[in-house]
Design a protein around this ligand. Structure first.
Ligand code: RNT
Ligand code: ZN
Length: 447
């Protein structure tokens, strides 16, 4: 798709066009890319190579942006100390609607990606129902078909929230053995489902465990719940499974709404548990104190782990799960992955849910931004910059990093979109508007 500007018959139109430099007026996406390629080559960056790498970097897109984290197996509100706010019309209410919406987003996002499902998205057929401790691979058969037809890998998450067996905000750390047993069985069922995904699709499945467990007010016992959580995880992992196929991850958190004083799965808990038990630590950049940056943690984690996992999100004043922007922390996270040559060691997933805007646009903006952040990192001459640091050439290091910020990243990105057959620049929004009018508008809010 060329982005040659059309001459518009506006009173100022022709004058405006005439004032633009001849070259810019007629340059296509490809030609603009050629100019950018030369500019990057001068600082030792191979843009073709960067695009090839970007093309082969999948991001796990979270299904739960499409329906405000509600799922299909229950009708209650979202619980567990997380909140989706907003009431933009068009929420997906059925598996079919969610699949259609995912398809629509994937048409607008360049490259091949992965889909991240939660257990609460089980699809029950013919009036059948299985509770979370009893779900089986066949309840996800339709998702496997969906993924296979589109060449997507699947990742998975047990759902330890929005369910009547969450008692007093506790699941795997509950002192009530019936509650704890139910959720241990859920964890084990999810390992079997993850293995089924991996086997069916021929790509490992990352299965992430996050529990909301915690207390609103000062606890009398911090150790007991953590000891029970530890034992529950041991029991879940005692399930016989292929560790090369199911990559079990464990996500930490610092607080939740209504769980302000204490969370069982703190960072120290999850990092130590993962290290001791050969599973993967997952860091969500909304799950730390406000000035604590996940980007700064990645290098340390990489030195001591073969793999790490990330939930990229955008916390605004709290773990608000806003749509990922091309902001400083997203770019800094991407830099850490790219310049440490860790693209194949970082399981990269997104985790946010904004119900106040068009949900397909929310997916598209977040995914495209994560890719732009990776591209920006791939277009940076790290070897030269690292040398400057090691040789204490700090003046040059600062100015070079600042100059690079205004290099033509956009021209390279536009070319990537064109090459991958998705709309260039903001053109994709027209497609979202069409879909909203033709499909989303027909969905009645309280059906
Ligand atoms: C919650 C965690 C968790 C969830 C998803 C839905 O704070 O970030 O990852 O957002 O599993
Ligand atoms: Zn998360």
């Amino acid at each position: 798709m060329a982005i040659r500007p059309e001459r518009e018959e506006t009173p100022r139109g022709d004058t405006f066009m005439a004032m633009r430099p001849e070259s810019e007026e007629t340059m296509t996406v490809r030609e603009l890319y050629e100019v950018a390629r030369e500019q990057y080559a001068k600082v030792g960056v191979d843009t073709d190579k960067a695009l090839e790498t970007l093309k082969n970097t999948p991001i796990s897109m979270h299904c739960w942006q499409g329906d405000d984290v509600i799922g299909f197996d229950q009708r209650g509100p979202l619980s567990g100390g997380i909140q989706a706010t907003g009431d933009y019309p068009g929420r997906a209410r059925t598996p079919r609607e969610l699949m259609d919406d995912i398809d629509e987003a994937l048409r607008l996002i360049p490259g091949k990606h992965r889909l991240n499902l939660h257990a609460s998205y089980a699809i029950f057929e013919d009036g059948e129902f299985a509770d979370r401790d009893k779900i089986e691979p066949r309840h996800f058969r339709k998702w496997v078909e969906f993924a296979r037809e589109r060449g997507l890998g699947l990742d998975f998450n047990p759902t330890f929230f929005s369910h009547p067996m969450v008692k007093e905000n506790l699941t795997l750390s509950s002192p009530d053995e019936t509650v704890r047993r139910f959720w241990i069985d859920h964890g084990k069922a999810c390992i079997r489902i993850s293995q089924y995904f991996a086997q069916e699709l021929g790509t490992p499945c990352a299965m992430n465990i996050w529990i909301p467990d915690g207390y609103k007010d000062v606890p009398a016992d911090r150790l007991g719940p953590r000891a029970r959580f530890k034992d529950s995880l041991d029991q879940i992992l005692s399930e016989d499974y292929d560790r090369s196929k199911v990559l079990v991850c464990l996500e930490s958190k610092v607080f939740g709404i209504g769980l302000e004083s204490y969370t069982v799965g703190s960072s120290e808990f999850t990092v130590n548990y993962a290290a001791r038990n050969g599973i993967i630590s997952l860091m969500d950049n909304g799950h730390y104190h406000p000035t604590e940056m996940v980007s700064d943690k990645i290098s340390s984690m990489l030195l001591f782990n073969d793999k790490i996992a990330l939930h990229v999100t955008r916390p605004v004043r709290w773990d608000s799960d806003h749509v990922v922007l091309l902001d400083d922390e997203t770019k800094e996270i991407a830099k850490e992955i790219v310049r440490n040559d860790a693209l194949d060691r970082v399981i990269l997933g997104l985790d946010y849910f904004d119900a106040s805007i068009n949900r397909i646009a929310a997916w598209t903006v977040g995914m495209r931004n994560m890719q732009k952040a990776l591209l920006s990192a791939l277009l940076t001459p790290w070897k030269t910059l690292k040398e400057m640091q090691d040789q204490s050439r700090f003046t040059e290091l600062m100015l070079q990093q600042e100059e690079l910020k205004t290099y033509p990243l956009g021209a390279v990105w536009d070319y990537f979109c064109e090459m991958m057959g998705v709309p260039v620049r903001e053109d994709w929004y027209k497609e979202v508007q069409r879909y909203e009018k033709e499909v989303l508008a027909a969905r009645k809010q309280n059906d």
